[in-house]
Design a protein around this ligand. Structure first.
Ligand code: GDP
Length: 432
């Protein structure tokens, strides 16, 4: 989906605006266990067009850190969004903090929409008009809290947001898009430099390639791949506070543009919460996943025993992801990354024909019928694969299936089809 980023100083009303845009959709609950609550990504819809909102304001620094944080928000938004909403409090006007950000925004080629918030009634319109002076074009006067002007703003947003995401464009044959993820110092730049090496190719003429300067086209295993948001890897952000939040933001926005994620894990250190959190973000995004255990050249026997145990304990829920043990430094086994990526993407693209899927469901339910609950036994009437990327199945049933039963079906689907490297979803619709 196209990405709309929201940028602005604390207290200008970014969250209120996000809530207003999402409307009641915000109430949709996520039942994926372990998915963290401090989200930065929201699916939004207006006039039947869907897009992703990246809310850069989830973390608010103290007064000292504001300059750095707003600049960092803007930087990420400019790099990774298709359009930027820059929110200013019309009652306060632009502050000196905004100036640096405005310069950044003015120099980008991405569309920037200036939002003058807190214009609660018509008498305050002149305050909004004074924001023309920022040089960002027309200020859109809104009241996020009361909803005033938001519909007009969204109509305008749709005119500047591209219809199709980069991912959709790639379905017509461009290079596949990879997000290289992992906590700081895990070896992302080393891997990128090693892979890019002399093999970096200029592929401007290649069909479907993006000219986004934050992405790089790299040839691996005889094929060209787009590594998204390499600028975020090459550039190091120095933020005293909120570094984790920005790392999540960047990860999340990069995932939005990618089809498959390579999560790097440093084998010389215990698997950390941050590693697990990054994997959660991948799962939440529905992208394919490859795990790359890096710095294998430094692994000794003792650490190796612990590592196996940690992988089982902390990464057991993604045991379906292909694993490669590499050294970005020595180049060890880097060639194994390509087949792992291809396998994961192939799983992610898989489509099971409806006839075959229903034959399989019939077999599974005969072998292991759903237990009787309160005198009733829910039956699966019919199933279909609603979509791929990732494979998503829908079961039409006569009643709610036990979570264990859904897991049983998911497990058997994996046993039969593998789906190595791809998350899969099994949803149900109860027919009364
Ligand atoms: P990034 O923050 O994820 O981009 O990590 P870097 O690529 O900057 O790597 C951090 C440090 O780890 C650097 O000193 C690298 O030389 C080192 N490093 C990265 N990969 C390996 C590896 O496979 N083996 C060894 N021994 N060191 C590595």
């Amino acid at each position: 989906l196209p990405v709309l980023a929201i940028v602005g100083r604390p207290n200008v009303g970014k969250s209120a605006l996000v809530n207003r845009i999402l409307g009641r959709r915000e109430a949709v609950v996520q039942d994926t266990p372990g998915v963290t609550r401090d989200r930065v990504n929201y699916k939004a819809e207006w006039n039947e067009r869907r897009f992703t909102i990246v809310d850069t304001g989830g973390w608010e620094p103290d007064a000292k850190g504001i300059n750095a944080s707003v600049a960092a928000q803007a930087e990420i938004a400019i790099d990774l969004a298709d359009a930027v909403l820059f929110v200013v409090d019309a009652m306060v006007g632009p502050t000196s903090t905004d100036e640096h950000v405005v310069r950044m925004l003015r120099s980008t080629k991405k569309p920037v929409i200036l939002v003058a918030n807190k214009v609660d009634d018509a008498r305050q319109e002149p305050e909004a008009a004074s924001l023309w002076s920022l040089g960002l074009g027309q200020p859109w006067a809104v009241s996020a809290v009361h909803g005033r002007g938001v519909a007009d703003l969204l109509d305008h947003v749709l005119t500047v947001l591209p219809e199709v995401s980069a991912v959709a464009k790639d379905q017509v044959g461009g290079p596949r898009r990879v997000a290289l993820l992992g906590r700081p110092n895990v070896g992302k730049s080393s891997l990128l430099n090693r892979s890019a090496g002399e093999e970096r190719v200029v592929v401007n003429e290649l069909a479907g390639t993006t000219r986004d300067p934050v992405d790089e086209q790299i040839e691996l295993g005889g094929k060209v791949w787009t590594f998204v948001d390499t600028a975020g890897i090459r550039r190091r952000m120095h933020l005293a506070q909120g570094a984790d939040f920005y790392a999540s933001l960047r990860t999340s926005a990069a995932l939005e543009k990618a089809e498959v994620a390579v999560v790097l894990i440093d084998v010389t250190e215990p698997i950390s919460e941050q590693d697990v959190r990054i994997i959660e973000l991948v799962l939440e995004s529905g992208r394919a996943l490859v795990l790359a255990f890096n710095k294998w050249d430094l692994l000794d026997d003792e650490r190796r025993r612990y590592l196996e145990r940690e992988i089982e304990q902390d990464l057991g829920h993604v045991s379906w992801a292909p694993r490669v043990n590499i050294s970005a430094k020595t180049g060890r086994h880097l060639e194994k990354l390509v087949p792992a990526l291809e396998l994961a993407l192939q799983s992610w693209d898989t489509r099971i024909p409806t006839g075959k899927f229903n034959a399989l469901l019939a077999e599974l339910t005969a072998e292991h019928p759903h237990p009787v609950r309160g005198g009733k036994q829910p039956r699966i009437l019919f199933g279909t694969q609603a979509s791929s990327r990732p494979p998503t199945f829908v079961l039409f049933t006569t009643g709610f299936l036990d979570p264990q039963y859904r897991r049983f079906i998911t497990r058997r689907l994996r046993e039969l089809y593998g789906f190595e490297g791809s998350p899969i979803n099994v949803n149900m619709r109860v027919r009364e």
